[in-house]
Design a protein around this ligand. Sequence first.
Ligand code: 26A
Length: 344
Amino acid sequence: MTSTLQEGILVGCGNPLLDISAVVPLNFLKKYSMNEDDAILAEDRHMPIYGELVEGYQAEFLAGGSVQNSLRIAQWILRQPRVAVFFGCVGEDRYAGILKEKAQAAGLDVHYQVKKDVPTGTCAVLITGTHRSLCANLAAANNFTIDHLEEPSNKALVDNAQYYYISGFFLTVNPPSIMQVAATAHAKQRPFLMNLSAPFISQFYMAPLLAALPYVDIIFGNEAEAQSFAEAQQWPSGDLREIGKRLVAMEKKNPARPRIAILTQGCDPVLLIQQDSVQEFPVTKLAVHEIVDTNGAGDAFVGGFLSQFVQGKSLDVCIRCGNYAAGHIIKNPGCTYSGEPEFV
Ligand code: 26A
């Protein structure tokens, strides 16, 4: 970090979740009809998972929630506190305290909406080898309402930001808030960034996703999420480059700033798609013994990207930093970091 950035230059909204993470046998996934590397919303039949992880599998508690993860990582790399502001809904309990403490320790400026009498959301993280399967019980996070963004001090934070980032996950909670932030970004001609987040978003939340997409300047996703979007759109080709090109060509409110798609594919190269061009950015492959878990890798990629993007750096630098951050997070439990960032 050389120059000082405006406080609150980056605003994000999402689901603040406490991750309950454990290494489990494949049978555990089977028992709950879950797949490796999936991300789902908990139904009633998943509710015993959380207790089982704590009682039988030495579960670890870690700060989570996709957008909050990305913003914490951006803060870690920036080393300047309060560059990023986060909105989301928590309960009034010990888990909310842990989340706030971890976010603030990273330098993130959190403005939680607090829903009394509803527990803070949790996410079961089931680790099987280098895979992770997520099962989110949103609880309080699902109670976020647009009036939180309309409170004068929060509205001022949204109005003053220069960059906006919201996950596809948040489409399950409050599309009106997403549309409001998107419209603000559009009116002020500021970048609005979103993430496809999980295959189930394109399967079950395509309508609100399509409503937000015309405002999206940069869309992130991994290969499974991009495939799911393509299938839901009934696009003929499953080729990731083709999907990216079609994504960037979809309707856009501000055609003067063509949409960019950034698609990750594990340890294969990251694809940067702009109009008809596709560029590849290699990923440094980690040895299996270096991998602690892959939980949060995609979020960390976005966090690293954002840390450079808000400094006006080139897309090339942003993506290289995304790859650096993801690599670091994979070597640590959940979406946590250790030591000082080493990205130059
Ligand atoms: C709506 N859903 C399902 C979710 C999530 C989520 N964050 C927001 N909404 N499901 C999982 N996560 C978070 O994703 C991170 C890994 O990318 C987990 O909390 C985990 O920290």
